[in-house]
Design a protein around this ligand. Structure first.
Ligand SMILES: [Zn+2]
Ligand SMILES: [Zn+2]
Length: 316
């Protein structure tokens, strides 16, 4: 499924099987998660994607000899800049990202730099594993950024939040879920995963939060989350794109509250999270769509109709 220009639907095309270069593996793709970042790329909210582009960066597939590997968003770094050499390869200026700078997994085959691929933990069928690779990894990095917050607010209860809620409960935290107004299904879904309270983003939280993670790409949630957060708390913006943040009184930030973002992932995040997920154990809720229905899957995500994560499956 190929993107030719931002704002256009993906097109189903026959393209040559990619040739692995030095250090790359060729995977026969079986499943690829659909991420909100894919939407931002397809909708033109992220600048200068490779074109034409095969999107998708939560890729599960097998090498010719049968090894099961996952390809994440971080596809390549220079390994030499001040970020890479200080454990912050997620911030590398030269980084290349799967399904953005590099062709991704909305396809039958994908190539990737083997150093950036992860073995998939046992016990996860391919389609259940796919959302671990971005929704899970970014959620994990966001939760670490929230520190040891006991009362955790999750703003937007999609693919990432449904995984983070499970990890947070496993760690003994209390989870409060904020969804679109009137989205009773998402609120019930959040409660089923251990949230002790679920309501609309406009609702006051039943008590102060120690941290909030914002997954929805809506800048107005930043002052809202700050308002709900206790002194010393942190508001983590987990997405790659967000609408402008409206101005707000300094009082909302004062009291040593922190607003920060999460950008990309390191390989260490992946190793940590993929070791943690089976121990929780994280169970991903997925709806699957055949690869050729990628546009429909993106539409469902765009309009907030996906419960858990959407995953494209590729027939043998
Ligand atoms: Zn670098
Ligand atoms: Zn993603």
């Amino acid at each position: 499924m190929v993107l030719h220009a931002a704002g256009e639907p993906l097109r189903l095309e026959d393209v040559p099987v990619p040739e692995p270069q030095e250090g790359q593996v060729l995977l026969r793709v079986s499943a690829c998660g659909v991420c909100r970042t894919d939407l931002h790329v397809v909708d033109g909210e992220l600048p200068n994607p490779k074109l034409p582009l095969v999107p998708g960066h939560q890729v599960v597939g097998r090498t010719e000899e049968g090894r099961r590997l996952g390809i994440p968003w971080l596809g390549w770094t220079d390994g030499s800049c001040r970020y890479c050499t200080s454990g912050r390869e997620n911030l590398c200026d030269e980084a290349r990202f799967t399904g953005y700078d590099l062709d991704g997994g909305y396809a039958e085959y994908a190539v990737a730099d083997e150093r950036f691929c992860f073995p998939i933990p046992e016990g996860y069928p391919d389609e259940q594993a796919a959302p671990l690779l971005c929704a899970g990894l970014i959620g994990h990095r966001s939760l670490r950024a929230a520190g040891d917050a006991e009362r955790l607010g999750l703003y937007g209860f999609g693919a990432s939040a449904h995984i983070v809620a499970q990890v947070a409960r496993h760690e003994g935290r209390r989870v409060f879920a904020f969804t679109r107004a009137g989205d009773e299904d998402a609120q019930a879904f959040a409660r089923s995963l251990g949230a002790e309270w679920a309501g609309a983003v406009g609702d006051p939280a039943p008590e102060e939060l120690d941290a909030a993670i914002i997954f929805a790409p809506a800048g107005e949630l930043v002052p809202a989350a700050l308002r709900a957060t206790a002194k010393g708390g942190v508001v983590v913006c987990a997405g790659i794109h967000m609408s402008d943040i409206p101005s707000f009184p300094y009082d909302l930030l004062y009291g040593e509250r922190v607003v920060r973002s999460i950008a990309n992932l390191t390989r260490r995040d992946g190793e940590e999270f993929l070791a943690l997920a089976p121990r929780v154990p994280v169970r991903t809720e997925v709806e699957t769509h055949p690869l050729e229905d990628a546009n429909e899957a993106l539409d469902r995500l765009r309009s907030g109709r996906v419960r858990g994560a959407a995953v494209l499956t590729v027939a043998e």
